[in-house]
Design a protein around this ligand. Structure first.
Ligand SMILES: C[S@@+](CC[C@H](N)C(=O)[O-])C[C@H]1O[C@@H](n2cnc3c(N)ncnc32)[C@H](O)[C@@H]1O
Length: 364
């Protein structure tokens, strides 16, 4: 019995050490992928058109010859993390051959929803710095100042629009990629949401990717992209039923049958969300017995189809919102409290298939 306990202790100690090592080193997955993107490895493997031998890959990369032997090690971690997979030739088994996976395909330069802008933004040293402030931030009483603001002395939105527009442009590109994915699914699989809707305002709609897709798929819907004046300055609708309007969503929102809020409410604290939702309620018209609605596309934490990957994405996003903007990802109870506090009576949550996001319809 005693020796069993001793063995359990040793085994648990070794497992614990491995677990903690893997937690410490987990940043290596993102940094290795960042390196692969910068060296164009994903497009090079894709353009080869068949499983690419390591030697061919090395010969095709913009690297110094003295670094040739290191490529195999980079490819090994990227294969372990599911970015590449190996399809070796039975006749030449000693040489690794790489192919893309579904994950790397969405990182190809000409993929319509290419996700690489997310790398440039999230892993930019200026956006990594606030993470080093996290424990300090926990110790301070600082009136809703985010770790980002603690580090950079100004809120995230001000930083990316005024101080560092390069990151701001990268951020818009990242949101364009995300809205491309989400809009293609929503207009295809959730047509019912737009039934009876004749006008829609996409509040905080950025460069209008989401509204463009809605205006194109539902030509009877008049779409307005509503965002800060400098964001929509000079932008023009891609069709007759779409236009851009500048303004501040906390002051007034143009009237319409439906207000869309995609990736907006998770950027704000509860008090700010209630203020915004009340403005949305004022904006949705109730006419001819028709009831307007707010359509929210955001995460409902715990609504993850039982998929561990989706739950992990939700928790990562929640931390990112806390660090950058003092926002949060909410569970159903937290959403319901927001709706009730802003004067809404009813809501319906529709999970967006296999994604970490849901579509929530909210009614007055
Ligand atoms: C996370 S982005 C979401 C963009 C878009 N909805 C999407 O999902 O692709 C947040 C957007 O809110 C806009 N925004 C921030 N504060 C705003 C305000 N007070 N009034 C209107 N828009 C605002 C930003 O300019 C930005 O485009």
């Amino acid at each position: 019995m005693e020796s069993n306990n001793g063995e359990d202790y040793t085994q648990n100690l070794l497992l614990a050490q491995t677990h903690v090592w893997n937690q410490i080193f987990s940043f290596m997955n993102s940094m290795s992928l960042k390196c692969a993107i910068e060296l164009n490895i994903i497009d090079v493997v894709h353009n080869y058109g068949q499983p690419m031998p390591l030697s061919e890959l090395i010969a095709s990369l913009p690297i110094h010859p003295s670094k040739a032997t290191f490529v195999r090690r980079l490819m090994r971690i990227l294969t372990l993390s599911g970015i590449f997979s190996q399809q070796n030739d039975d006749e030449l088994p000693e040489e690794e051959r790489y192919v893309l996976t579904n994950a790397s395909r969405i990182l190809l330069k000409d993929h319509p929803f290419c996700m690489t802008p997310f790398f440039h933004v999230i892993l930019d040293p200026k956006l990594l710095k606030p993470w080093y402030q996290l424990s300090n931030w926990f110790k301070k009483c600082d009136n809703n100042i985010s770790p980002f603001e603690t580090e950079h002395g100004m809120p995230f939105w001000e930083f990316i629009t005024i101080h560092d527009p390069k990151i701001g442009n990268g951020f818009q590109d990242a949101m364009t990629s995300d809205s491309g994915v989400v809009s293609s699914v929503v207009v295809e699989k959730f047509k019912g949401v737009f039934e009876g809707v004749e006008s829609l305002v996409d509040v905080g709609g950025g460069n209008g990717t989401m509204a463009k897709a809605i205006a194109k798929s539902f030509p009877h819907v008049e779409c307005i992209v509503f965002d800060l004046p400098h964001v929509v300055a000079g932008l023009e609708g891609s069709s007759e039923n779409m236009k851009y309007v500048g303004g501040n969503m906390f002051e007034a929102i143009p009237s319409s049958d439906a207000v869309l809020l995609k990736c907006i409410l998770h950027n704000w604290n509860d008090e700010e969300c209630v203020k915004l939702l009340k403005k949305c309620k004022e904006a949705i018209i109730t006419k001819k017995g028709k009831i307007g609605k707010v359509i929210i596309i955001d995460m409902v934490v715990g609504n993850d189809n039982g998929d561990k990957g989706s739950l992990e994405t939700q928790i990562f996003y929640d931390m990112a919102m806390m660090i950058f903007v003092n926002g949060k990802e909410r569970n159903e109870k937290e959403w319901a409290n927001l709706f009730l506090s802003s004067g809404f009576n009813n809501y319906k949550i529709i999970p967006i298939m296999m994604s970490s996001r849901s579509l929530i319809e909210v009614y007055p």
